[in-house]
Design a protein around this ligand. Structure first.
Ligand code: DQA
Length: 149
């Protein structure tokens, strides 16, 4: 008999400077705080019967450790790598290594911004990329992961 009580978990990862959401460049990133985003992601996940573990760090290695830690315990990853999007081969490699479905989220439309934000090392290992939808993008990322078998 299956272990029906075992929960399906997703990992929510937010990278550098996203701890300052709400006060950081509100004209670009809006007024929603990271705590509010994490709460709404948990609520959206619950509607799909999923649970969420949320991590935010300003340190690349901590993000990599969190990604590695999800490999046998989680069914997918929602990640906003912040500026590491545009710089980190190591985060891309970590995501590729764990081989979980990944949805990359950006609050802002990075393609409408400076040229250096147009390239993402993460997109090549992501199932989907959502940029410019604000906090709703995180909820849609959860919907996408939930829709997978
Ligand atoms: C961001 C976009 C990145 O270019 C930037 O470095 C961030 C936030 C976004 O959510 O729009 O920190 O990932």
């Amino acid at each position: 008999m299956g272990r029906v009580s075992e929960s399906r978990r997703i990992l929510l990862v937010n990278g550098p400077n996203l701890n300052l959401l709400g006060e950081r460049e509100p004209d670009v990133y809006g007024s929603t705080t990271l705590a509010e985003i994490e709460q709404s992601v948990a609520e959206r996940a619950a509607t799909h019967g999923l649970e969420v573990d949320a991590v935010q760090s300003n340190h690349e290695g901590e993000l990599i450790d969190a990604i590695h830690g999800a490999r046998h315990t989680h069914v997918g990853i929602v990640i906003n790598p912040g500026a590491f999007t545009h710089t980190s081969v190591a985060i891309r490699d970590a995501l590729a290594a764990v081989a979980l479905p990944v949805v990359e989220v950006h609050l802002s439309n990075v393609h409408r911004r400076e040229e250096f934000r147009h390239h993402s090392y993460v997109s090549g290992v992501a199932e989907a990329v959502i940029a410019g939808a604000g906090p709703s993008g995180y909820a849609w990322a959860v919907d996408l992961l939930a829709a997978r078998p």
